[in-house]
Design a protein around this ligand. Structure first.
Ligand code: FEO
Ligand code: CA
Ligand code: CA
Ligand code: CA
Length: 650
């Protein structure tokens, strides 16, 4: 998803971050901040600069130099234009574009025709999360596999000819347009091969699959079959059609893909106020002002008619990419909110831990810990681990401690007196449960990744320009945070292995994004960064096989620079010292990133190219990647390879 503040004020807005929906009064942190400043001062002699002292990550001084890192590419400059920029010696192949036929018999993309049945067999819109799954299954292949891609949302005024902006397109939406939008959402599974000429898709592969709003899902876990997920169309409360606003995601040790349903509130029209779900709807941001007109054509997207339908979205879903006939599931034990990511790790004791954040201003970081342990011999049956376990929400204090607080019905505040009659209620209203436990309100938790090398956990906070000076805390130190930051969590070690299931971690700031050359921004890096090395608005991140962290951005155009990709070490001299690798075409945010197992291909997703102030189907700010008259810009997955065949970045 993107933040549209730098674009025209259209009605369609894939976030609702101008209207945070968390009304709870969290812990007053001012005194705690003072404590943390004091502690840092004593320990490190910092505090010459309040911003730097608060996070203690280093000098942050900008210098025209780079920290020593095991990276050999020539850093690219900041820019903002129609091109995708990569370092010399690399090739970018935009090979998987919106509308590309992937299912056998699918028609070719047509620049103007908008047929829902065709779109349901073609690559969807606005690619976000990307993951490469080797073929054959169980191999470590890096030249043949399946790409699993999320299609987060659709932009009507960029897709359909004839509308000045999103507001006009919304008002004029027909049933046919709504059907096309629904077919453009969901996921694609596409067989891909690395040929001598570069990466290509295998167009009619039997493994290719589209998942859309029409795909049947099974609701599993504690909420399955509960009254609050039953609807006129589904008396069982277990059968849901579709997934939407799939943002980032993750993968499991048993070969499946997890995908995060994020801003699902914006698809529901109708007035929630007269329904039994009114308070729940409000906390999720559903307020009768949808960004899509689907409720005009299908009662399930009108909350006044089907008040339980929204409770069937906002989950982590699981898809088996190797079995196109499989029924995907929604795992309710992981809670319902605006999920961004789902990062799994097999804990030192064999339990499965999943980190996931809620991407909205002032929302929370969560993790799920399974009750059972992973057993490789059980294969796909390990999926049941995601249905029985404990969901925790994080509190980050000024002493550098993370306390993971269990969201368990009957414990603490999560009682019937507070409106939770069962664990299903706690999970459906996970946000309100987090409010009652006074979890730490973060600056929009986006992706979370764990380092295989160190066991440390990196939580990406994209920004929060609504945070007031009296709302800053130790983990979110800047009022009107326009730049975002990355927090590093450290689990305790048990016999040399990280204990991700522990309820106490420590944390510290890793990077405070922004321009360290402008002291007013309070940016801080681990060491030297060049004029091109600083960035803002981190969103998706990925580790490569060497343990380096690759950071994609969403919102840097607000600061006059293309979104793109930066990379840093997390340990040693190059720690938290980012270097600029890739720049996206104008109007786009950068998603993915994902590597092949050999580290020689990097896949990135260019989302909503050309969508910016004044753009529409007729007048996009770029026609990347086709650059043909009449052809709209197309969200596209790009394969990046090194011309000498070596590892990316090496
Ligand atoms: Fe869909 Fe939070 O980015
Ligand atoms: Ca995102
Ligand atoms: Ca984002
Ligand atoms: Ca990631």
């Amino acid at each position: 998803m993107t933040d549209r503040n730098y674009r025209m004020p259209v009605t369609i807005n894939n976030e609702d971050d101008n209207h945070p929906s968390n009304p709870s009064t969290g812990p007053a942190m001012t005194d705690l901040i003072a404590q943390r400043f004091s502690r840092r001062t004593a320990l490190k002699g910092l505090l010459a600069s309040a911003a730097l002292g608060a996070i203690g990550v280093g000098s942050g001084a900008i210098r025209p130099a780079q920290a020593a890192m095991d990276l050999s590419f020539a850093e690219i400059p900041h820019a903002y234009d129609e091109n995708l920029h990569i370092p010399a010696g690399y090739t970018a192949n935009p090979f998987l574009r919106w509308g590309e036929p992937i299912i056998a018999g699918a028609p070719d993309f047509d620049a103007t025709a908008r047929d829902a049945a065709a779109q349901a067999q073609q690559f969807g819109y606005n690619c976000d999360f990307v993951h490469f799954v080797p073929l054959p299954e169980g191999s470590n292949a890096s030249d043949h596999g399946l790409l699993v891609v999320n299609h987060e949302y659709t932009d009507a005024h960029m897709i359909f000819p004839g509308f000045a902006d999103g507001k006009e397109a919304l008002a004029a939406t027909t049933a046919e347009m709504a059907a096309y939008e629904q077919a453009g959402h969901g996921l694609s599974v596409v067989e891909v091969k690395k040929e001598a000429s570069g990466w290509t898709l295998v167009k009619d592969s039997k493994l290719n699959r589209r998942i859309t709003l029409a795909t049947e899902f099974e609701l599993v876990g504690p909420v399955a079959g509960h009254d609050r997920v039953k609807t006129s169309a589904d008396a069982s409360g277990m059968k849901v059609f579709g997934t939407m606003n799939n943002c980032a995601g993750g993968w499991t040790p048993w070969g499946t893909i997890l995908s995060a349903e994020e801003n699902t509130h914006q698809y529901f029209g109708g007035d929630p106020s007269g329904t039994a779900e009114a308070a729940n709807a409000k906390r999720m941001g559903i307020k009768g002002e949808p960004s899509y007109a689907w409720g005009k054509f299908q009662d399930r997207f009108d909350i006044s008619k089907e008040p339980n339908e929204p409770n069937r979205f906002g989950w982590i879903i699981e898809v088996d990419p190797y079995d196109p006939a499989s029924t995907p599931v929604k795992h309710t034990a992981l809670g319902r909110f605006k999920h961004e990511a789902a990062t799994t790790v097999i804990n030192s004791d064999g339990r499965l831990v999943v980190y996931t954040g809620d991407d909205e201003r002032f929302e929370y970081i969560y993790k799920f810990v399974s009750a059972g342990t992973f057993d490789a011999a059980k294969g796909r049956a390990n999926s049941a681990l995601l249905d029985d376990g404990t969901l925790f929400v994080a509190k980050l204090d000024a002493e550098g401690n993370v306390t993971w607080m269990p969201l368990v019905h009957g414990q603490g505040e999560l009682t019937e007196a507070n409106g939770f009659k069962s664990q299903a209620d706690v999970l459906i209203e996970a946000r309100r449960a987090g409010d009652l436990l006074k979890a730490t309100k973060m600056d929009r938790p986006e992706d979370i990744e764990t380092s295989d090398k160190t066991g440390k956990v990196y939580v990406v906070l994209t920004k929060n320009d609504k945070r007031k000076a009296d709302q800053v805390d130790a983990a979110n130190t800047r009022a009107e945070n326009k730049w975002g930051h990355i927090v590093e969590m450290v689990p305790p070690m048990v016999d040399g292995k990280a204990d991700h299931a522990a309820t106490s971690f420590t944390w510290s700031a890793f990077i405070q994004a922004g321009n360290p050359g402008d002291a007013a921004q309070g940016a801080a890096y681990g060491g030297a960064v060049t004029d091109a090395g600083w960035f803002a608005n981190p969103d998706n991140v990925a580790f490569d096989a060497k343990g380096r962290l690759w950071i994609a951005t969403d919102g840097f155009p607000d600061h006059g620079v293309h979104d793109g990709l930066w990379v840093t070490e997390t340990e040693g001299e190059g720690r938290a010292s980012t270097r600029h690798f890739l720049g996206a075409p104008r109007g786009a945010e950068l998603c993915g990133p994902a590597f092949t197992p050999d580290g020689k291909t990097l896949f990135v997703a260019v989302q909503h190219p050309g969508d910016e102030d004044g753009s529409n189907f007729a007048t996009p700010s770029t026609r990347w990647p086709d650059f043909k008259d009449g052809m709209p810009p197309r969200p596209t997955v790009v394969a990046i390879t090194k011309d000498d065949g070596g590892e990316i970045g090496a």
